[in-house]
Write a protein that binds this ligand. Sequence first.
Ligand code: FES
Length: 115
Amino acid sequence: MYNYTQMDESKIEYVEIAPSSELPNGERMFVEVEGKQIVIFNIAGQFFSIADVCSHDEGPVGEGDLEGCNITCPRHGAQFDVRTGKVTHMPAVVDIPAYPVRVVDGMIQLGVPKE
Ligand code: FES
């Protein structure tokens, strides 16, 4: 299961990323958490996060064009839903990880599975 947004909260550990003011509406932020390349989006005031690694051929999917909640990998055009990591268009066939994001006291926190 790669959609960690659906995971039991007790199995998630939140890591502080940055003040939410640094990620305004319509912007994205690239981070590395526990060795994982991750991108966080602010879409209409809601925060979403996926792995910045395409399941097709490890392309930098986080740099792709975003339409609504659908992102297109710049390498070969696979598409994913940034809310769930679900693949929505070929050539990828495998979902990518999606991570929970919350804001606590003005700080963005990213949820990653506990080891
Ligand atoms: S690497 Fe993303 S579509 Fe091929």
